[in-house]
Design a protein around this ligand. Sequence first.
Ligand code: DGJ
Length: 739
Amino acid sequence: MSIVFHEASKEFHLYNDSISYIIKVLPNDQLGQLYFGGRIHDREDFGYLLEFANRPMTSVLQDYGFSLEHVRQEYPAYGTTDFRLPALEVLQADGSRLTDFTYESHRIFGGKPGLENLPATYTESDGEADTLEITLRDKLLDMKLILLYTIFNGENAVARSARFENHGENPVQITRAMSLCLDLPDCGYEWIQFSGAWSRERQMKVRRLEQGIQAVSSARGHSSHNHNPFIVLKRPTADEFQGEVMGFSLVYSGNFLAQAEVDTYNVTRVMLGINPFGFSWKLESGETFQTPEAVMVYSGDGLNGMSQTFHRLYRTRLARGVWRDRVRPILLNNWEATYFDFDEEKLVNIARAAKEDGVELFVLDDGWFGERSSDSSGLGDWYANTDRLPGGIKGLAEKIEELGLKFGLWVELEMVNPDSDLYRRHPDWALQTPGRTPSQGRNQLVLDFSREEVVDCIYQMIAGILSESKVSYIKWDMNRSITECYSRAYPADRQGEIFHRYILGVYSLYERLIRNFPEILFESCASGGARFDAGMLYYAPQCWTSDDSDAAERIRIQYGTSFAYPVVSMGAHVSAVPNHQLCRNTPLETRGNVAYFGAFGYELDLQRLTDEERCTVRQQIAFMKEYRQVIQYGTFYRLQSPFENNIAAWMTVSEDRKTAIVGYYKILNDVNCEFRKLRLKGLDPNMRYAVEEKDGWFYGDELMKSGLVTTDASAGQPAIGEFCTDFWSKIYVLKGIEN
Ligand code: DGJ
């Protein structure tokens, strides 16, 4: 058991080979936080790590003589001597918001319990992890607060959540319930967030932590393009390969808050959970409220160490289903090939060409249903448009299967166009505030997924199609943020619940679909990557990373995404040039070289390419088929950042370290440049590696310590015809030589 409780000191020590997490029951029976970091020896009493000083202006707890303002806590409340932002807040019948949750009991057990109706990491056997469940009680309210901590034996990760139970007679309103709170003893960190906008998601932003509050959040109803529910604290001296780093990830897809508050004594309070802005949850007597899960990872091996832990954990113990461990089919999606302008014949021709070049899955995107000839109508009417598809989805899927391809389908189940049969039948099914004009985004409204009957109706429509047609893949899109959030199905004092209830409705529909159609591969999407979060990975093991498939932009987007999310989860496609988002031309080779590092596919009509380009496409597909196991399931290393350099690089290494694939990307060309080498990672130092297109072989240690020579034709005086171009790139394939 990797969790011990020391009776005398009332301390919990959660540890595995690499990390320790220590909690103490304070003299006032609330919980204090002692340590999170690299593994330290266990001992009976770490109480010296807490400072019970009284400073000028300090208010102290009457019976105990110390102040919560100066004590690091586990799940703090506001109002009794601590003035920082709290982890919880409960509005009571008399208007008071004070709480006093004190230790009552605990349980330690092997394995990890699931969270009802919420995504969460899991174990496959009890030996993989241990869980500590601490029950606290507020005696005045007769409420319980149950804090759950799971430490994974083989990973530097702790998963956390909180559950509230109202055993009192009166209802209360929970107005703040974070999933994770961590008080760190100092503030010597850099804060890293992954922010952006549509088509430039998850750009890495770094700044020094300072006194005061730094935060990212979403109030858009989904995790958003703007900020990702994932932040990193790193020591300023730490880098990709060494030093102390902590990553905090929320397993949730709705409104979130990720925050660090540094107080005047340089204590850092990290918080992660549902965004308290606009949130409240009425808890009647006898009811419970479960927060989403948050996962925190500690790495002593820099940012790559942290990312590799998230990758393994999320790939193997968050993603589920038959696709979890399978290499992903190479797909072709018709969106940028046709937009709304297609009929069955056109689609079959595109698919036939794709099959000729080796594609395995044809995906029909937006426009196949209802009266959908543009983005202004049809959402909500989930039956095939037989003008375009005379045989319906069933007929088209059969034709695609006859070509030897699998068939995939786009849906946007959470939305409705006012110009649709569904809206005409049920105008009250859209989220709208009474008396206010609803705003539209992309000519659509958001269905009220907090209502079971709405979710059920959508399920019936889509399940009908999936039951009668051979659909192997679903791309689940979501193309607008939520405004005027209000549900007519709930009373006034429950309107603060709607954002959360909405996302629970989304999860319930996903759960029902994956349970009843377990062979279907789901890819989540929200106008590109506006819902690329750990919550979604529990239902859909891959996600469309961004609508921006320009190769140069994608290097940054995929690099940023890789800090928390595994390569296999990133939908990455080769699209046409000039690129539809930027009008930029990049070489076909580079578009492939970037998209290889993901769930690979095409977003164009191959018939429009030249013979030479088709030949390149065939080579790309053959390459991906040969190496996708290594790329999608190997260990991924970021080598050189596109946020800091003109040259970016990453690599992946197979489990047996006999194969490695390096992606090397030069954004803008340069001339007469220096002699360049790239230091590789993760190889066997004693193994000899052959590097494709290079003579001889190299030892692993040589490649890691001295480096792989990457100098190209831009060094010195290139021979005619040898020039690189802007957006030039190269893939290096390394193969271990058997003795
Ligand atoms: C947004 C997605 O990100 C695109 O890939 C495409 O599916 C469109 N929606 C279709 O409307």
